[in-house]
Design a protein around this ligand. Sequence first.
Ligand SMILES: Cc1ncc(COP(=O)(O)O)c(C=O)c1O
Length: 463
Amino acid sequence: MSDNNQSAISFDGEDRSNQVRAGILATEPVAIRTFTPSQLVISHSAGAYHWTPEGRKLADFTSGVLVANLGHNPTSWWNRVIKYLGLEKIKDAGQFTSSAPLTAYNAITEVEHDANERLIRNLRSAPGGEKLDQVLWSASGSEAVQKALWAAMRQTKGRDMIIATRGGFHGKKGLAGAITGSENDKERDDRVRFISFPMEECDDLESRKQPIDLSKYKAELESLWEELGERICCVVTEPYLGGGGSYHPQKEYLQLLDSFCVEHDLVFILDEIQSNFGRTGPMYAFTHYGISPDIVLLGKGLGNGVPVSAAVGRSDVFASLGFGEGSDTWSANPLSSAAVLATLDEFASGNVIEQGEQLARIIEAGLIRLKETGVIAKVRGEGCVWGIECAALGGTSSDDVAVACVEACYLGDDDGNAIHLLGALAGNVLRVSPPLTMDPDELQFYLEVMYKLFSKVAATLGA
Ligand SMILES: Cc1ncc(COP(=O)(O)O)c(C=O)c1O
């Protein structure tokens, strides 16, 4: 098997998958795909599982990068999407079928109207969501980030400086890229200044339980205020560093940022694109962190797989943008609106949140046990979003151990039990984030499979 991302990866006995992998490599730049040593080819998916063209089944521990919170293709969800589009089923209706249009640019649909009302009501009923009263739709997370920042920067002339938290991930494009990472990355935008995120204080479950000393973070904020003062318009952060390696801070840190914004009349933007819709436990992470953002950014799980994102926030902030300044071809398209309504319905009518909480306990215990294998050094996370940091083993670096683990899970055990993992975040961190609807016994079973596979990796690399 090739070990670099420029040549086609192939596995024995996977003729169709290998053909697809090679074809994709020939017809797409590698830039479109993050590197994974498995390059899983998915033929179809249902619930918490994917199948390869060869018929191999893999448990999905990624939810498609935290998107399919309800699992893949839930039947009741699809039925609701179809119903919201006004399409009970596709009958033989002649050349065209009558339903909501799939694009309504320069027009308004009722499904968009209903999605706005439902989403705002849902957010405002969550403790801390009281300030959120308008929705600015987009198709991707980074567009939502961009639009929220535009609105904050335009609100008051001369106030266009952004404070972001170092090590975050908000996307790759435009201002979303500018607030990602740190000042040490190339091509920085000089309107962005970074403050520290307490990574050391929450680098493992145990350290996160310790009280946090906020004085360093307060001093950084005060020093920026002294330097820039009224030029600052907003503070933007994530509830936890997701792409940055799964660092879930003590809630007092986020509360400090929130109160700094209140004190100085700044817009507090919380990027919940990963965490929304039950990922960290409650529907929105801001409720259990005890904060009240002015704008919340939503995406990923918001449409359970249909591309949709949103900045939901204060109408007085969004009023800084005029007609068309936050619009694009796909913003508020009816398919997205129908998907959001269907996803909200599933959360309202089922026990998704409760099941997610049950899974959280199983994941926590299972991942802590993985430390026994010697492969995992640190465990971080909450709800159904966890990061496990690999250890260096023998002469193998922790980054290479992470790659070996992803590959071992892809190939599976002798009985054909395999797991799809995201890999790796920030070099050596493996993400464990199954759908919230996975069967608890099956989750337990696959964590056991992971334990055995990691023990094998340890025996091979540690020897
Ligand atoms: C917290 C966060 N914000 C923003 C984004 C960007 O979203 P998108 O890739 O849809 O542009 C991501 C993507 O992973 C994310 O995790």
